[in-house]
Design a protein around this ligand. Structure first.
Ligand code: ADP
Ligand code: MG
Length: 252
């Protein structure tokens, strides 16, 4: 990253698209990703959809740099990031389990990462205030995660991602711990967030409704391979095979 401080966003003339070329991942002798080729346009909302165990989380973690790819290339905005640390990828990830620090207040949870990376106080305040406004977290700022509902915790986790000002957001089944009603409300909130921020977002789910309503583009995964990539209507109307048709609940 050179002289660029870790809390700063890298201005990138080529935008914040993502390109995966022949990305493989093995754990020991077990091949989990079998050579993934995928292009994500800047600003696109892409949903990875597939059954449990098909490699969705592994693919996200490889994109984030939390796992090394065994082979292949990952480019963000035209920059080869395959061998870089997670902190150099300008990515923020939101997990199903929220991953908040239990002993810190909401405000501390949101500012901690920037503080660790040496961002100036005024910059931290500015970014936290912006995320608080976007997600309406003002009334919760002094609470600890244990004093929040599941939906509130997930909003804080999303706020913490926004504060990092990433080029790309990665969401790993962020709503699966919430009850059905709250899931719908949060889904709408995430769609609005995408409209407002315009960032590239990659969202993992095994829920077809979430995929169909949120995605610009759906990527169907099975057994570590891409079965089909397309707009929701394309996939619904013209599934590539019986697996996709069955999974998406299409009439074909
Ligand atoms: P999904 O998120 O689609 O449910 P995962 O990416 O979590 O799937 O897992 C895909 C496969 O990779 C599973 O068979 C899982 O057991 C295996 N796997 C994931 N992480 C590891 C790991 N750290 N070590 C060994 N196997 C793993
Ligand atoms: Mg998973």
């Amino acid at each position: 990253m050179g002289a660029q401080a870790r809390w700063q966003t890298i201005a990138d003339a080529e935008g914040s698209g993502l390109t995966l070329s022949k990305v493989r991942k093995s754990f020991g002798t077990v091949d989990v990703l079998h050579g993934i080729d995928l292009a994500v346009e800047p600003g696109e909302f892409v949903v990875f959809l597939g059954p449990s165990g098909c490699g969705k989380s592994t693919l996200l973690r490889v994109i984030a740099g939390l796992e090394d790819a065994s082979d292949g290339t990952i480019r963000i905005g035209g920059r080869d990031v395959t061998d870089t640390d997670p902190s150099e990828r300008q990515i923020a990830m939101v997990f199903q389990s929220y991953a908040l620090y239990p002993h810190m207040s909401v405000k501390e949870n949101m500012s901690f990462g920037l503080r660790m990376n040496g961002a100036p106080k005024a910059e931290i305040e500015r970014r936290v205030a912006s995320a608080v406004e976007i997600l309406q977290l003002q009334p919760l700022l002094d609470r600890r995660p244990g004093q929040l509902s599941g939906g509130q915790r997930q909003r804080v986790a999303i706020g913490r991602a926004i504060v990092r000002d990433p080029q790309i957001f990665l969401f790993d089944e962020p709503l699966s711990n919430l009850d059905a009603e709250l899931r719908v409300a949060m889904r709408i909130e995430i769609a609005k967030l995408h409209q407002r921020l315009g960032n590239t977002m990659i969202y993992v789910t095994h829920d077809q409704t979430e995929a169909m309503t949120l995605a610009d583009k759906i990527v169907i995964l099975r057994g570590g391979r891409l079965e089909q990539v397309g707009r929701p209507a394309e996939i619904y109307d013209d599934p590539a095979n019986a697996f996709v048709a069955g999974f998406i609940g299409s009439p074909k």
